[in-house]
Design a protein around this ligand. Sequence first.
Ligand code: NAP
Ligand code: GCO
Length: 265
Amino acid sequence: MILDSFSLKGKTALVTGGSYGIGFAAAQALAQAGAEIAFNCRSEEHLQTALQAYHAEGIDAKGFLCDVTDETAVVQMVDKLQKEWGGIDILVNNAAITKRVPMIQMDTADFRRIIDVDLTAAFLVSKAVLPSMIQKGGGKIINICSMMSELGRETVSAYAAAKGGLKMLTRNIASEYGAYNIQCNGLGPGYIATPQTAPLREPQPDGSPSPFETFLCARTPAGRWGTVDDLKGPIVFLASEASNFVNGHILYVDGGILAYLGKQP
Ligand code: NAP
Ligand code: GCO
């Protein structure tokens, strides 16, 4: 039955940055499709809150306090999971940060930090997980890309550079490890209502939508912000056997933004 190819029963999945936002929703979806879930984040408070939320939904998630830029901590987390699970079948490189500031005003340290979290970390975690995927005879790596993997906009130079790099890292992992039955693809959300984009959705003092919200909805054929629920089906697809011949692809889930010049004012 074709639907069986979307099942993740018996699979294990690590979602970086799975304490809230898109990462939490991705982990929820993978669990609902049958996978065992692990996630990491930086904050003890977020970790505990997320564990309670997962457990309240009957998801026996494993949580780790681990900064994805800390290679030692990443290797320790992956080693622990591989000992407990016998390997990691699915890796979602989701954790990322942004800082919205004009490039010439951006501190170099901030630029470097964003590249470190949003790009280098995907290299670190993938490098830690790939050997056991090769040994197991296959695996899935899903890198959470962005509209900024394709488009620029004011104030997001570091983030866009990272997300553009993440698109090509995705293609390179696909190229280098496809022979081991490992598929590495990107999921490229449009604009999604999460804490990361909350500042862009802040209503104006008179209660009217933010200028960015008005702009974005005119730029999106669907005419709305995406929700984390919009991403659940695509993430399960990319994590499942249903996508075994999809490799190096960035699946944009953007309501049509990348296809659209924008509504004429
Ligand atoms: P978010 O709301 O800011 O959530 C980020 C998650 O990553 C949190 O769980 C956070 O937990 C964790 N995190 C941040 N830095 C970390 C680090 N150094 N080590 C470990 N965990 C870390 O972001 P989001 O909107 O859900 O976005 C998730 C992913 O989707 C990111 O890759 C983002 O670039 C991408 N994306 C977002 C949108 C959107 O519109 N929201 C669109 C396209 C792509 P702690 O704070 O506890 O560490
Ligand atoms: C921004 C937003 C975007 C979204 C997302 C779009 O400031 O433009 O943060 O970067 O997070 O990546 O796909």
